[in-house]
Design a protein around this ligand. Structure first.
Ligand SMILES: NC(=O)c1ccc[n+]([C@@H]2O[C@H](COP(=O)([O-])OP(=O)(O)OC[C@H]3O[C@@H](n4cnc5c(N)ncnc54)[C@H](OP(=O)(O)O)[C@@H]3O)[C@@H](O)[C@H]2O)c1
Length: 289
């Protein structure tokens, strides 16, 4: 069994990105990433903090726009409009979830397409669906990067994705079936209404779990020698830990690992690649500007 080390792959990609940032700075361009954080959800604050720290470590300029939980949609749209016009900023992310009174689709659609480094704009998804160049959400991009850098060939293979969210499952299915080298997979997408999940998962050469259901994928649901990518990040109580919880994936790692030819751990698999591919999109946006 080959453990797919997301931390190590992320470090390799970030090293390459630092070099690209250095070249940009020689031309007087410093890539800039703006994060908009609405409300005071501690987890969201932590995610934005981690993204900024990683960005700064490779020389990307960051700014965080903290806005109160009672911010109106119009005020938020005004902030996005000014960031769209700010030449120092090449990428804009709006941390989700937004307070329920804000229409997140309207907010995503307000981000300038050339700064949409989270791939949140509906046109970005539409372009991806058409096989055109587009910003792709960082998590699916990170998964493809893990597969490619681990020399896992999936052209002509059968990939089964459990989950169809706009952030992960849906864009991932579009990426993997692209008619290009490094695409061409036959993709099956399962979801909560799929009847008999196991009959699909046991057919997968590459099984990708992105449901947010702790340890749902068990040994009997996996084919011998399958590659397993576990996106799930679920907080479960653990009295042994100082903080009282730990994170587990959607895959019953301890029992599935002996069957798999390769598997990502949680934590330390897909997570570090998500942040890294956000940086990759930001550096690309700056190069293109
Ligand atoms: N590591 C990272 O960087 C990273 C990044 C993003 C997300 N995540 C994690 O990945 C997980 C999924 O995130 P998300 O944003 O995609 O979640 P989401 O928006 O809640 O979507 C979950 C998807 O899983 C499907 N699903 C739920 N229960 C299922 C079941 N029993 N059988 C089959 N499908 C089922 C849902 O189906 P329906 O469409 O029918 O509801 C939905 O499509 C979460 O644990 C999240 O924390 C991790």
């Amino acid at each position: 069994m080959n453990l797919l080390d997301g931390e190590a792959i992320a470090a390799e990609v970030q090293k390459e990105l630092s070099e690209r940032v250095r070249k940009l700075s020689m031309n007087g361009v410093v890539p800039g990433l703006a994060a908009v954080l609405v409300g005071d959800d501690p987890a969201s604050g932590l995610y934005v903090g981690n993204k900024s720290k990683a960005a700064n470590s490779i020389g990307v300029y960051t700014e965080t726009h903290k806005m109160g939980a009672d911010t109106s949609t119009n005020t938020l749209l005004g902030t996005i409009k000014s960031l769209n016009q700010n030449a120092k900023i090449h990428g804009i992310i709006v941390q989700l979830p937004l307070p329920s009174h804000i229409n997140s689709d309207e907010v995503a659609a307000a981000i300038a397409l050339e700064k949409d480094v989270d791939g949140a704009h509906p046109t970005s998804m539409g372009r991806l669906a058409r096989g055109e160049e587009a910003f792709v959400p960082p998590t699916p991009l990170g998964i493809v990067e893990i597969l490619e850098r681990s020399n896992i060939q999936y052209d002509n293979g059968h990939i089964v994705i459990c989950g169809r969210s706009n952030l992960v499952g849906r864009p991932l299915s579009l990426l993997l079936q692209r008619k290009i080298t490094g695409g061409n997979a036959t993709v099956t997408v399962c979801h909560s209404k799929t009847v008999g999940l196991e009959q699909y998962t046991t057919q997968a050469d590459v099984l990708i779990a992105a449901m947010g259901r702790p340890n749902l994928i068990t040994k009997t649901m996996v084919k011998q020698d399958a590659v397993i990518i576990d996106v799930g990040t679920n907080r479960v109580p653990d009295s042994q830990k100082k903080q009282g919880y730990r994170f587990v994936g959607d895959v019953d790692f301890d029992n599935v690992r002996s069957l798999a030819s390769a598997i990502t751990p949680v934590p330390g698999g897909v997570g570090p690649m998500t942040v890294t591919m956000l940086l990759s999109n930001t550096v690309f946006a700056a190069e293109r500007s």
